[in-house]
Design a protein around this ligand. Structure first.
Ligand code: ADP
Length: 412
């Protein structure tokens, strides 16, 4: 077995990581982009290949790309984009929600304004799309540049399109679409699709029998990268918002709390996101202040402050209340005390979040990994540990590209 190459396309750049069968990183490449356009993605993909050392490229036997979940595009039969991509956070699809409510189950993920299905229906109604068209996710399109087939996706990317990940088919309620539109055929993430196109293999000195694998989404790739792998493993992402992911024997889907589950082999990756998180910390402190002030906090001592840190009213998970007010008073004069209250408040919300997932049927949290900017803070980890009472495990890697490489390596 040769090297597996994982490639992550994020919101501001792309990264490639090559690993050996022992999962050691042998080479890395990065590039940034300031425009989200298919031709920029393509140039970036090829630039990543060029940056990898020749002897590394010559040993690659699997390639897998993760894209940003719900970033989609329409293309023609030649694989050329025929309209600018609709990015993950584009909510123009909200105009289609009343239509979707007419056929989709009432609590389904596709009822979100940013779902891939809302974008598909919006595009069909509002973009000029002539002739045969393919609807693809970012990862699908990028992989097609390498294997040369159009109309292939994976069941992680296809979840927000409405694909039924239990029965592995498009559901009965799926709307009828024009015959000239091809929906992606959905593969298991990591499954081999086809060997690399001969001209690409030759151009970059990649072996011609290198297999291109079905992709995944950025957040699932990041979950895999942490090393989390058994039911009860959770990954908390302390980024701008607080995102919890818990590997579970059973799926949990609850639209009230915005909880949904990705299929993860024969297990389920249950996720929930709160509006609290690092954005609130950054509103009050610089990253340097966060580091210096948090070093002065005693994480084993409880703060008397009872905060629910939000920048504006409303949260969905673990408390579903669109009018929930930010609770940030009283504010002590001492910034160390204030920060202590904020970190504790977020830790309590995280704890309540895992409790909520379990209450709704997920496997209870047994071990915890941490990702995102807040993972840097040892004080915060110690403080969180007093609430969560499970072992904290260091992540193998914080990089989604590493997770994609691991998924590629498991490919059959
Ligand atoms: P995102 O990708 O969601 O924008 P990141 O994962 O880059 O976010 O994390 C950024 C957040 O990390 C910031 O909002 C900041 O509050 C938080 N952060 C950075 N350094 C520290 C620190 N030393 N202690 C606690 N939080 C920190």
């Amino acid at each position: 077995m040769g090297l597996a190459l994982g490639i992550d396309f994020g919101t501001s750049g792309a990264r490639a990581i090559a690993i050996n069968p022992d999962r050691d990183i042998l080479a890395q490449a990065t590039c940034t982009y300031d425009r989200q356009l298919p031709e920029v993605w393509k140039t970036s993909l090829f630039s990543l290949f060029e940056q990898l050392p020749l002897d590394c490229r010559q040993q690659i036997t699997r390639i897998l790309i993760n894209g940003t979940s719900a970033t989609v595009l329409f293309c023609n039969g030649e694989g050329e984009a025929i309209a600018p991509p609709l990015m993950y956070n584009d909510d123009r699809g909200k105009a289609m929600i009343p239509q979707i409510q007419g056929f989709a189950p009432s609590d389904h993920l596709v009822l979100s304004a940013t779902s891939s299905l809302a974008k598909l229906l919006w595009g069909l109604e509002n973009l000029s799309l002539d002739g045969s068209i393919y609807f693809l996710h970012q990862a699908d399109w990028l992989a097609s540049l390498l294997h040369g087939k159009l109309g292939i996706s994976d069941y992680h990317n296809a979840l927000k399109l409405g694909y039924d990940v239990h029965n592995l088919c498009y559901p009965d309620w799926f709307p009828s679409l024009p015959d000239r539109l091809t929906l992606p055929k959905v593969y298991t993430p990591g499954e081999a699709i086809a060997p690399i196109l001969p001209q690409i293999a030759q151009q970059f000195s990649i072996p011609p029998d290198c297999l291109i694998c079905a992709g995944t989404t950025d957040s699932i790739a990041a979950f895999i990268a942490s090393g989390a792998s058994v039911p009860g493993d959770g990954v908390t992402s302390l980024g701008s918002t607080l995102v919890l992911k818990l590997l579970s024997e059973t799926p949990v889907n609850n639209s009230q709390y915005g909880i949904y589950s990705h299929r993860f082999g024969d297990r389920w990756l249950v996720g929930g996101a709160s509006n609290t998180g690092g954005a609130v910390l950054r509103h009050f402190f610089t990253d340097v202040e966060l580091e210096t002030l948090s070093n002065q906090i005693n994480p084993h001592q409880k703060s008397n402050l009872d905060y629910y840190p939000l920048l504006r009213k409303g949260d969905r998970f673990p408390i579903n209340d669109p009018n929930l007010p930010p609770r940030l008073h009283p504010r002590p004069a001492d910034p160390v005390e204030f920060l202590h209250g904020l970190l504790q408040g977020i830790a309590r919300i995280e704890t309540l979040g895992y409790q909520r997932l379990t209450e709704l049927g997920a496997t209870p949290l047994k071990r915890l990994y941490t990702a995102g900017g807040g993972a840097k803070s040892n004080t915060w980890s110690k403080l969180r540990q007093t609430y969560l009472s499970v072992p904290f495990i260091p992540s193998i890697s914080p990089l989604a590209a590493y997770g994609s490489a691991c998924l590629a390596q498991q490919s059959s």
